[in-house]
Ligand binder design. Structure first.
Ligand code: FAD
Length: 230
């Protein structure tokens, strides 16, 4: 869809990985559709994932008792967050759709992506009180998790050892993405790429490509507990 902006937040160290291929397909398909695509390649950027006082460029409000949440909120209001956070926030502001592309690490994001969230989704920018969930400050934007697993689809079913994959999506999709106001699209899950055939991997890539071609017409998921737990 011409004129739409897409931000891909990508966390994999190896360009030839399955995640690298899924990211490349998204860039290719969405660009051909006329979208403007920006990639934050977190490992290549050596993105700093650690929340510290250095994230505030000016004076602290209370140097005697440092509170990261309070200080970053105040710094955001004064335009005093450090440069790398401001750059990422600008990309988020411009995006109509944010794609998170990553391998599942310990039922969650890799730490570098969690750090991107911790540092960029600052109070006052991404959420506030009030101003969370359906009224989150990033409302009007869409987001999707596209990730690979080590475990098979069966392991991540309700009968499998790892339990229904939707359970582990709750903290990420609900506690982070929906909390900040995004409309959440159903996840794109590429199960166990290391353990399937080359043919099956090609199929996964084609499925992603096919889905992306219709992504702007997709209806977001119902962001309520029953989607996850029933
Ligand atoms: C710290 C850590 C924690 C983890 N925690 C979990 C966990 O909690 N749960 C879980 O299930 N897993 C977990 N894993 C496993 C991890 O999720 C998988 O290893 C990862 O998702 C596999 O994706 P990849 O991109 O790294 O695969 P890769 O190994 O890079 O790719 C798989 C195969 O795809 C091939 N490939 C790449 N591009 C193409 C292409 N265009 N066409 C065809 N083939 C291609 C590659 O050559 C390779 O053979 C964890 C791993 C680590 C390191």
């Amino acid at each position: 869809m011409s004129g739409k902006n897409v931000l891909i937040v990508y966390a994999h160290q190896e360009p030839k990985s399955m995640n690298g291929s899924l990211k490349n397909i998204a860039v290719d398909v969405l660009s051909k559709m006329g979208c403007s695509v920006t990639v934050s390649d977190l490992y290549a950027m050596n993105f700093n994932a650690v929340t510290t006082r250095n994230d505030i460029a000016g004076d602290l409000c209370n140097p005697q008792h440092f509170s990261y949440g309070v200080e970053t909120m105040e710094a955001y209001k004064k335009g005093c967050l450090c440069e790398d956070i401001l750059k990422e926030q600008e990309k988020i502001t411009e995006a109509d759709l944010v794609i998170f592309q990553f391998p599942l690490y310990w039922f969650s994001f890799p730490a570098i992506m969690k750090g991107w969230i911790d540092r960029c989704f600052v109070q006052g920018f991404a959420f506030d009180f009030p101003g969370c969930y359906d009224t989150g400050l990033l409302k009007g934007k869409r987001a999707i998790l596209s990730f690979t697993t080590g475990g098979t689809e069966h392991m991540f079913s309700s009968e499998g050892k790892s339990g229904d994959i939707k359970y582990l999506l709750w903290p990420i999709q609900h506690g982070i993405i929906h909390f900040c106001g995004f409309q959440v699209l159903a996840p794109q899950i590429s199960y166990a790429p290391e353990y399937v055939s080359e043919e099956r991997r090609k199929e996964m890539l084609q499925n992603w490509s096919r889905r992306l071609k219709n992504i702007w017409n997709e209806k977001p998921i119902d962001c309520t507990p029953p989607w996850y737990f029933h």
